[in-house]
Each structure stands twice: as C-alpha cells, then as structure tokens.
Design a protein around this ligand. Structure first.
Ligand code: G3I
Length: 405
C-alpha cells in the first residue's frame, strides 16, 4: 500500500471534517443561541475562568441534561462555561419527537443540537427506544389491537433511521435502548415486560435497535442505558444482557450507567464491581444521568400494616449541613473512582443543571419530577438538592469535592 497516499487521505480525512465542523458552528450560532446574561459561575474569582470541563479535560467530557428552559435562560451561560457535552432531557424521546406515524417534532431537538454545535459542545442522543414517554401509536394496528412483531420492528427501524439519520455527524453517542432490564429482585426475570418485550415476545427488539442505529449512523457510539446498574441483582441482569449482545456481535460500544444515586448508594465496592464487570466485556462506560439526592428514604409501613398502606412522607429537613457533608463525601467518592477508571469512562453527564430544577423535586399529589407536574400542580415541592450548583446557580461546596483533586 502506498502509505504516502494513505497518509494524505488520512490527513484530508481529518482536516476536512474539522473545517466543516467549525464552519457549521459559525453558521449555526444564531443570536438565539448566544448565552444569556453575564452570569459568572463560581464564588471564588481565581477559579471563575475554569469550569468542570476544564478540570476534567484530561479525563473525560463533563455533560449536562438540557431542556428549552435551560438553553434560553440564565442556565445557558453556566452550561457553556462548565460543560462540554449535552443530552436532551426529553426532546429526543420517542413520544415527544415522533407523536404520530407521519409527524416528527424537530424544533426543540434541532434547537438543542444547534446550540451545542454553535458552542462546540458534544451531543449525546437520548433515546431511541424506551418503555416510557413512548410513541404509543407504534404499538397499535389500524384496528387498535397490538401490532405484529414484524410491523413494530419496521416502525422502530423507520424511527431510528429518521432520527439518528437526521443528526448523523452531529450526535456522537446514542442511548439506543433505555431501561430494558427488569427491576425486581426476581433473578429469573432478566427483561422488563414492556410493550416492546411483550409484542416481540422477548428481547429481540434490543439487538434490532442497535443494528438499526449502526446502519443509520455507523460512526455513532452506541450505548445501552439503565439505572441501579450497581445494585447486585440488577448489575448481574445487565451483565447478562450485555454479554449476550457482545457474544452475538451486536454493534454496541458501551453501557450508560445513569447514576441516579443516594447519599449512601452505591458503595465504593458496588461501583467498582459494576465497572469491572462491564469493562471485562471490552465495553466502555458513560455515567449518563448523575445526581445524588439528599432525600431520605421514605419510611416503610410497620410490619402488619394493611397492605398498600402508605406512610406519611418523611419530614423534609431541607439541605442541612449534615446532609450536605454526606453529599460532598458521596460526590468525592464517585469522582475519585471515575478518575481511577478514566481509560474506560468516556463521559460523565449530570441530569439537570442546578438545584433550581431537578426531575427529582417531588411535588404533592404523588407527582414526581419537576417537569412532571403541570402549572397547577400543588407545589408542595420536596426538593432533592442533587447537583453541584445551588438554586442561584452558584457552585456548592460539593462542586469543589469534584473539581479539587
Ligand atoms: O410536556 C408535557 C407538558 O405539555 C404537560 O403540561 C406536563 C404536565 O403533564 O407534562 C409534560 O411532559 C413531562 C415531561 O417530563 C416534559 O416536561 C412528563 O409529564 C414527565 O413525565 C416528564 O418527566 C421526565 C421523565 O424522564 C419521564 O419519565 C423528566 O423530565 C426527565 O428528567 C426524566 O428523565 C429520565 C431519563 O429520560 C431516563 N432515566 C431516568 C430519568 C428520570 O426519570
């Protein structure tokens, strides 16, 4: 092989896309994507120039889940300063982006992609197949009865080709399938009995989704994404799924460990064990939805209480110094281990920007999730304070347990 030609091609192969990306960034920086306000993150001036992404530039990208409010408000300055990756919180999910067979809602998803391209921020796509916020029409035939497996997989393929195809070259990694593993302690149940599983009469839709995504965008990195991936029972179920995909030569690059964690979960050993198992398969890891709630576990009904009896919610202590200290310790433990596993970890993304809004903020009436409640929901919000920035978008002490190492 004439290496000089190869090298020239290789150079052109690198240089041209880079030039295209810069031009694209300039073209897409419309005024609406300029950051809002002269927000200066950080309380200590000597650090105000650096953000999380800078502290971790020799480790892995640091990302954040975004929505329309965060892109077009004061969050935007913090996002650009602190992060170098974004994930749409909701706007690329099947239901929101593809509400009926012939309708795609591109506006919000395009806005997020344009913002990221404008600010040269990486983009994780989330997600191509999930049992929640699903496109309900996909499961119904013309008669309203469940569709056949063949028709469902055709619809899934069309969806993935359309969405992943649209953002080819812009979205570098996809959460292809989200939360397909059963959550119970029943070790015989590997898979969640979702519409996907039931209509396909098994997990074939998982492999199919990955193959469709790879066909739609061969350059994209493809992830299986799930939560509680450090809990021993679920960890083993996820391992079995991943091993099957790897053994069947399914195009998968890694696992997304969502990392919706608590003050005392996971333990360092549970986190290391999960990382060691997954990476033993040759897969990469991305922590995709990191937050650490200070919410105390709800009290369990006393033994002998009537089944289904609900307990009054635990008193809401607010963000006390004691809870803050535990959160600082848990964030420090997590990032100490993340840095030790840096050769396997290719991204760490926080789920939401600051304590001002978190999907975890519980409201009265059983609704959970800041976004879940409508404008008129009784706002007895029980905040979770799960992130590194407080309600005023200022760096919390927990920020420095992550940045100072
Ligand atoms: O857009 C509608 C709005 O029109 C309506 O008025 C309002 C009230 O009903 O609901 C709005 O939709 C809400 C949506 O967020 C957008 O705000 C949904 O009800 C609400 O359920 C949805 O919550 C999202 C949740 O996923 C859905 O399960 C959260 O914002 C989002 O943070 C959360 O994210 C998930 C990840 O995608 C997967 N991993 C778990 C994580 C937390 O559940």
């Amino acid at each position: 092989m004439n290496f000089s030609i190869v090298n020239k091609k290789a150079d052109r192969g690198f240089v041209l896309p880079a030039i295209a990306f810069i031009i694209l960034s300039l073209v897409q920086c419309t005024p609406k994507h300029q950051v809002v306000s002269s927000f200066q993150a950080g309380t200590t001036a000597d650090n105000s120039k650096k953000g999380l992404k800078d502290y971790y530039k020799s480790y892995f990208p640091i990302g954040v889940a975004v929505n329309m409010a965060s892109l077009h408000g004061p969050d935007s300055a913090l996002i650009v300063k602190e992060f170098n990756s974004v994930t749409p919180e909701n706007d690329m999910k099947m239901g929101p982006i593809h509400p009926s067979e012939d309708v795609y809602n591109w506006k919000n998803a395009d806005d997020i992609v344009d913002f990221a391209v404008c600010h040269r921020i990486k983009i994780r796509g989330h997600n191509l197949c999930w049992h929640n916020q699903e496109a309900a029409w996909m499961f119904k035939g013309v008669d309203g009865k469940p569709v056949t497996k063949e028709l469902l997989l055709k619809r899934l393929k069309d969806h993935i080709f359309t969405v992943a195809g649209r953002y080819k070259g812009k979205i570098y990694a996809w959460d292809v399938v989200n939360e397909a593993v059963d959550d119970s302690d029943d070790t015989t149940q590997i898979y969640r009995k979702s519409n996907w599983y039931n209509i396909c009469d098994g997990p074939d839709f998982i492999e199919a989704a990955f193959r469709y995504a790879h066909e739609a965008d061969p350059q994209a990195k493809l992830y299986y994404n799930d939560y509680n991936s450090e809990h021993p029972v679920k960890r083993e179920k996820i391992y079995k799924l991943l091993k099957k995909l790897v053994d069947d030569h399914v195009p998968i690059d890694g696992v997304g460990m969502q990392a919706h964690w608590k003050l005392n979960e996971p333990s360092p050993n549970e986190l290391r064990k999960a990382l060691d198992e997954v990476t033993s398969l040759g897969l990469k890891v991305q922590f995709t939805e990191l937050d650490i709630t200070i919410r105390l576990p709800q009290p369990k009904p006393a033994p002998g209480a009537t089944p289904g009896a609900t307990m009054p919610p635990a008193p809401d202590p607010g963000y006390t110094p004691e809870l803050e200290a535990k959160q600082i310790a848990q964030y420090k433990m997590a990032f100490d281990i993340f840095r030790q596993y840096k050769k396997f970890i290719t991204s760490v993304t926080f789920w939401n920007v600051s304590d001002r809004y978190s999907w975890l903020d519980q409201r009265g009436g059983g609704l959970t999730g800041g976004a879940a409640a409508g404008a008129n929901t009784p706002r007895t919000v029980r905040k979770a304070y799960p992130l590194l920035f407080d309600e005023n978008r200022e760096r919390k002490n927990a920020y420095w347990s992550v940045a100072n190492f």
